[in-house]
Design a binder for this molecule. Structure first.
Ligand code: F6P
Length: 365
């Protein structure tokens, strides 16, 4: 076993349920199993650049396993390689990676465990290339990281979206309306697909399958003819019409991915209303509710397993890796492999097939 004494950790990118379970598992494993000290940087990579950190001990992580958010804070706009810095009274993007590395050295850290999604793991890989020992933990409600079967936080987000659909169902039925639920997921349709299947949606629109308005309208009209005077549509924020673009809500220039999506739900509602003038349509944007609250038991356990495995990997010197769930086992994969591309819903997958088999339309035909 290596002579490792201090590990730094941080949570980067958008928060998600289960972060505290990972922080707890890392700290407990490091202290109890290996006698290693852990410090946590505040607000993700910003804390690393500004040398802002807290000591994490057993007392500090006690009672947090079931809680939402992250006790360390996070940020999805602070990238040390493109960091907003005040220069002559003006905020300008600068490369602060040397400053971050010098903080790691001065704190005598043996390396970092980074709990993050696509953006944070890309940044982590750059630090790994600069000689920092890194182990990644896959986090995101979007479930869009390749090289792992599932990211923690995803199942909790699906739970929230599915619960919203159950509620929309009853009011849709009472008012004979078309109810549209816009969910997150960036460029992947995992949340929409899983929530839509669990919440009995009639139409699921995902980025991987561009939709045609005709197909949506014909599904609603067909249901109407069958006496079902309401319909439920789940639309992923990254969904877009055939030959059309995603709806961009805003841009966050320093973010690893500056694009923030949002607004497709209203666009679909407007389009449907122009064609089906007799049926009322309403839109609910679930937004950050999907990232809030405590993790489900599944995510608590997954996050705990990831945290334990990350410390084991670190102690075994498996740097430049990410812990990953493959089937029922936790293993490690090459970080470079893990960030190569985002994981999208395979359009010919069994789950898409299953949805089609029970009459759900993806708006393509
Ligand atoms: O990656 C997680 C996520 O919640 C996406 O689903 C969403 O597109 C984005 O983050 C929203 O980011 P922000 O918190 O900056 O609004």
């Amino acid at each position: 076993m290596r002579d490792i004494k201090h590990i730094g950790i941080l949570t980067g990118g958008g928060d998600c349920p289960g972060l505290n379970s990972v922080i707890r598992a890392i700290t407990k494993t490091a202290v109890l199993k290996y006698g290693v000290e852990v410090i946590g940087f505040i607000d993700g990579f910003r804390g690393l650049v500004e040398n802002n950190y807290v000591q994490l001990d057993l007392r500090r992580v006690s009672g947090i396993g079931h809680t939402g958010g992250t006790i360390l804070g996070t940020s999805n706009r602070d990238n040390p390689f493109n960091f907003m810095t005040m220069i002559q009274g003006q905020l300008q993007p600068t490369d602060q990676s040397d400053r971050a590395i010098s903080n790691i050295k001065h704190l005598d850290l043996d390396g970092l465990i980074v709990i993050g999604g696509d953006g944070s793991l890309n940044i982590s890989y750059k630090f790994f290339e600069r000689g920092i020992n890194i182990v990644g933990v896959p986090k995101t409600i979007d479930n869009d990281l390749s090289a792992t079967d599932i990211t923690f936080g995803f199942i909790t987000a699906v739970n929230t979206a599915s619960d919203a659909l159950d509620k929309l169902h009853t009011t849709a039925e009472s008012h004979h309306r078309v109810m549209i639920l816009e969910v997150m997921g960036r460029y992947a349709g995992w949340i929409a697909l899983y929530a839509g299947m669990s919440g009995s949606a009639d139409v699921i629109l995902i980025p991987e399958i561009p939709y045609s308005l005709d197909a949506i309208v014909s599904k609603i009209a067909q249901r109407f003819r069958q006496g079902k005077k309401f319909s439920i549509i789940v639309v992923a924020e990254g969904a877009h019409p055939q030959g059309g673009e995603m709806v961009v809500q805003s841009l966050v220039p320093t973010s690893h991915d500056p694009v923030r999506l949002g607004g497709i739900g209203q666009k679909v509602a407007d389009e449907v209303s122009t064609r089906l003038t007799d049926i009322e349509t309403r839109v609910t944007v679930l937004g950050h509710l999907q990232r809030g609250g405590g993790p489900t038991p599944y995510d608590r356990i997954l996050a705990t397993r990831y945290g334990v495995a990350a410390v084991d990997a670190f102690m075994e010197g498996k740097y430049g890796t990410m812990v990953s769930l493959q089937g029922n086992s936790i293993t490690t994969v090459d970080l470079q492999e893990a960030i190569k591309e985002i994981r999208k819903v395979p359009v010919d997958s069994k789950i898409v097939d299953a949805a089609r088999s029970i009459g759900i339309t993806f708006g393509d035909y």
